[in-house]
Design a protein around this ligand. Structure first.
Ligand code: GTP
Ligand code: MG
Length: 315
């Protein structure tokens, strides 16, 4: 919905200010914190609250009955990973309206799964895809278009067409990364984006905020942007996949010696957490470690030229 003038209290002048600041849809206006809209548009706080109220009424983002909520959830879709055992533990694939977090040490396959999904998300729904385009925020410079070509060819797709439908941005630092995430609220509806990848969500934050005194700032920013991603996923019924590293537990006598970075903020904001590790003979193991309803199960996969495949298939 991009007819901003249809909102009560929004005339041509306010609409053009909102659009100029990047708020081009009613969904974006409804879900953005008012202070942020104020900073970017110079509109008054009360004006913004009224506009947001109108936007939410229009989208009926108020109390819903459980039945209405059920209808929204029924619009949830799943994207195949191209690997049956991995799809199985995910309940059929990566969900829209949710954040799926891939956690693992270096070389565990996080980026490879993200590139695989960038291709499979474009498949038609009959083949388990989301029939949409992809936005990929690459913070480590590891997105490889050649890999997209290989994976697309392996699935019998036209590599050039597939590559044309993946919009990639390299984020050079955490504030650039945040800017790119803000940009998604206009980019996604305008380009029929159905999968958003942030690989990795945490690396810039870990690299830039060093020392205990900066930790709460870092966590606050991380929290803010994770919630933006979740709102984006819900507003546009798209899938968000982010990657995360593991770090040594600072108090190794309690709990696991290694644990996901980003602490509780990360744990709470992500809908499904998948832990990846390397097994023997090139086999990799994915395990659901935290999810509102998926059981803690494991899947075995391998990375090949064609992308992510079932371990059995390879043997
Ligand atoms: P970090 O980003 O370093 O934390 O790791 P990651 O979890 O993102 O690892 P990534 O997904 O980049 O996995 C890298 C692994 O994929 C390498 O160890 C390679 O063995 C494997 N790999 C990448 N491309 C190919 C390929 O074309 N064929 C095969 N067989 N393996 C590949
Ligand atoms: Mg990687």
């Amino acid at each position: 919905m991009d007819d901003l003038e249809a909102l009560e209290g929004v005339g041509a002048a306010i609409a053009s200010k909102l659009r100029a600041a990047g708020y081009t849809t009613i969904e974006a206006i409804a879900v953005t914190p008012p202070l942020e809209i104020m900073e970017k548009t110079n509109l008054g706080f009360n004006t913004i609250l009224k506009i947001q109220e109108a936007a939410r009424r229009m989208l009926s983002a108020d109390f819903k009955t459980a039945q209405e909520y059920y209808e929204v959830r029924r619009n949830m879709r799943r994207c195949t990973t191209g690997c049956k055992s991995l799809d199985d533990i995910l309940g059929g694939g990566i969900e829209t309206q949710a954040i799926t977090e891939l956690i693992g040490e270096y070389g565990s396959g996080k980026t490879q799964i993200c590139m695989m999904l960038s291709v499979t998300a474009q498949l038609p729904s009959e083949r388990g895809g989301l029939d949409g385009r992809v936005a990929f925020i690459d913070t480590e410079g590891t997105f490889m278009p050649e890999r997209v070509y290989q994976i697309a060819s392996g699935l019998g797709l036209n590599p050039k067409e597939i590559a044309n439908n993946i919009l990639v941005a390299r984020a050079y630092n955490s504030s650039h990364q945040c800017l790119l995430i803000d940009r998604l609220f206009t980019l996604c509806p305008e380009n029929n984006i159905k999968l958003v990848v942030v690989d990795s969500m945490i690396s810039h934050f870990r690299g830039e905020y060093i020392g205990r005194e900066t930790l709460s700032d870092r966590q606050q920013k991380l929290n803010q942007y994770l919630h933006k991603l979740l709102r984006l996923a819900e507003a546009y019924n798209l899938a968000v996949v982010i990657t995360n590293q593991i770090q040594a537990n600072p108090t190794p006598f309690t709990g696991e010696p290694m644990r996901p970075a980003g602490g509780n903020i990360m744990a709470h904001a992500c809908t499904h957490r998948i832990f990846l590790r390397r097994g023997s003979k090139g086999i990799r193991i994915a395990k659901v470690i935290d999810s509102p309803y998926l059981p803690e199960r494991e899947a075995y996969f391998m990375i090949t030229e064609k992308g992510i495949v079932d371990a059995e298939e390879e043997k």
